[in-house]
Design a protein around this ligand. Structure first.
Ligand code: DUT
Ligand code: MG
Length: 241
């Protein structure tokens, strides 16, 4: 049985030094290729859960299994290479677009970089730029739009070809056409990979294989959109006030 991409949290708890428990007794299994939507109000623990998964922080108790292996036994850098990140403020660095995409896999050829950009729906806007792939991105991120930055970070993740994906969906408004391009590119990226999405968009949540509803660091409800709505509990109140 291929466990590559499987994630299991067993009774995972964690607290920041500053406060009480932040994430409490979290248990769930993400099967290979599934998408997991993390939903909940601000401060619920969504980012913390992701930070535990990527071992930005270590859990105080419980066990996190990645590919069936206790994640504390996996070296941090190989763990990071196992994961792709597409975050709200996609961290692009000062350098060309080509360098920024290639950061996903440093030995990639130009053809591979461009193939990844095509898959990510980024190639068409890049080729319209005067300097194309050699366009230098500024440190302050000026010059291209927020949505275009996302497409570049999706291209980077496609090139990296990770088993696990962490997506932090944008809350800022992005024009409709770019948004559609992003959604389509994300569907391609997510195919066959286990993905964790801090989800803000209803249609992302509806498409998820599992929705975990967090509040005060706990999973208080879980399931699929329709059944969660029909429970008329906390999830329902998130959508209907
Ligand atoms: N917290 C800290 N220190 C930190 C980060 C967070 O004490 O460095 C607390 C704040 C909050 C809880 O942990 O009570 C969970 O925070 P998290 O950032 O995980 O919440 P979120 O679900 O990601 O909230 P948001 O939707 O605002 O991003
Ligand atoms: Mg957060």
């Amino acid at each position: 049985q291929d466990l590559r991409g499987r994630v299991e949290f067993q009774d995972v708890s964690f607290s920041y030094e500053t406060g009480g428990d932040t994430v409490r007794e979290i248990s769930f299994t993400a099967n290979v290729g599934e998408s997991i939507a993390l939903v909940g109000p601000t401060g619920a623990g969504k980012t913390t859960l992701i930070n535990l998964l990527s071992r930005f922080y270590d859990n105080d108790s419980g066990t996190i299994l990645i590919d069936g292996i206790n994640s504390k036994k996996i070296k941090r850098d190989s763990l990071r290479r196992h994961m792709g990140f597409v975050l709200q403020d996609s961290y692009l660095f000062q350098g060309t677009i080509r360098e920024n995409i290639r950061y996903g896999r440093l030995d990639a050829t130009d053809d591979e970089v461009e193939a990844a950009a095509k898959m990510a729906n980024a190639h068409s806007f890049i080729s319209k730029l005067k300097d194309g792939y050699e366009t230098v991105l500024k440190q302050d991120g000026s010059g291209i739009s927020q949505g275009q930055k996302q497409l570049i970070s999706i291209a980077r993740a496609i090139l990296a070809d990770p088993a696990l994906l962490i997506l932090d969906e944008a809350t800022s408004s992005i024009d409709t056409i770019t948004e559609l391009k992003i959604q389509e590119a994300l569907q391609r990226l997510m195919k066959g990979r286990t993905s964790f999405v801090i989800a803000h968009r209803l249609n992302t949540i509806q498409r998820a294989d599992q929705i975990l509803v967090l509040q005060n660091g706990r999973i208080i409800e879980r399931g699929l959109h329709e059944s969660l709505l029909s429970e008329k509990g906390f999830y329902h109140s998130l959508f209907h006030g």
